[in-house]
Design a protein around this ligand. Structure first.
Ligand code: NAD
Length: 248
């Protein structure tokens, strides 16, 4: 079920959290995995964790079109094609009080979460147009429901959700499927850092999640693996919640 045998997958944000778990699961399902991250040594650490020598680490800045282009050229040069792109590079936002403090990291969050995802989608689709492929974006429950004090983050994720639908309808005829997952609260370095800064209360979000627990990166990776597989061949433009019922 859900084999990714011989698929070539590029995972941005592959050095940490959901991206790292996705690299690990996709490799176990048979894919050759390219872990791309702004933090090149974290990307390389992910690859060291994988069995087999068909994987690759790249330093990549998704906000820089030149960096994405050169990463995709490296992938094409080594493997001859790209079958799957997972856009997991992203920045979280603490609970900034929009009215009093504004949103200090507005532009950077939009640049990484939205523009970076768009640039990577475009670059990958241009290389998938003849052979087809799958693009998977990471939205968030924050892109669907209104959570206070996350203005920039939520706006970026709502835009990723809508962009996923638009690109799915635009690129379906060339055999490129575009889907997203909308994770709830998942225990990763991102949420750990927000909690350590006192900007996210893990007990509160756990209580508010109907499943009574935070998710794990593997929960999200499993959903991505299904959407990447041939079993999901008729699914495009979907935004799948992986949230323990938070939005139910
Ligand atoms: P994380 O911080 O553990 O990992 C994000 C990775 O992205 C890091 O390795 C970081 O170096 C990389 N990155 C940041 N800017 C980059 C750039 N410009 N170019 C390339 N790489 C860059 O975070 P995570 O929790 O694994 O989050 C992954 C994605 O999932 C993000 O888009 C996040 O918004 C989304 N998400 C996470 C949760 C959660 O609860 N953890 C919930 C919903 C959505």
């Amino acid at each position: 079920v859900g084999s990714l045998r011989d698929r070539i997958a590029l995972v941005t944000g592959g050095g940490s959290g959901l991206g790292r778990a996705t690299c690990e699961l996709f490799a176990r399902r048979g894919a050759s995995v390219v872990s791309g991250d702004l933090d090149g040594s974290a990307a390389a650490e992910t690859i060291r964790l994988l069995a087999g020598d068909s994987h690759l680490a790249l330093e990549i800045d998704v906000t820089d079109e030149g960096s994405i282009d050169s990463a995709l050229s490296t992938v094409l040069g080594r493997y001859g094609r790209i079958d799957i792109l997972v856009n997991s590079a992203g920045l979280g936002e603490g609970r900034s009080d929009t009215l009093v403090k504004g949103t200090p990291h507005w532009q950077r969050i939009i640049d990484v979460n939205l523009t970076g995802t768009y640039l990577a989608c475009r670059g990958a689709a241009a290389r998938m147009r003849h052979s087809g492929g799958v693009i998977l974006n990471i939205s968030s429950i924050a892109g669907v429901i209104g959570l206070p004090r996350r203005t920039a983050y939520s706006a970026s994720k709502a835009a990723v959700t809508m962009m996923t639908r638009v690109l799915a309808s635009e690129w379906a005829s060339m055999g490129v499927r575009v889907n997203a997952v909308a994770p709830g609260y998942i225990r990763t370095p991102m949420t750990d850092e927000l909690a350590a800064q006192g900007r996210l209360n893990l007990d509160v979000v756990t209580r508010r999640t109907p499943a009574g627990t935070m998710g794990t990166p593997v929960d999200v990776a499993e959903a991505l693996a299904f959407l990447a597989s041939d079993q999901a061949r008729f699914i495009t433009g979907a935004v799948l919640p992986v949230d323990g019922g938070y939005m139910a």
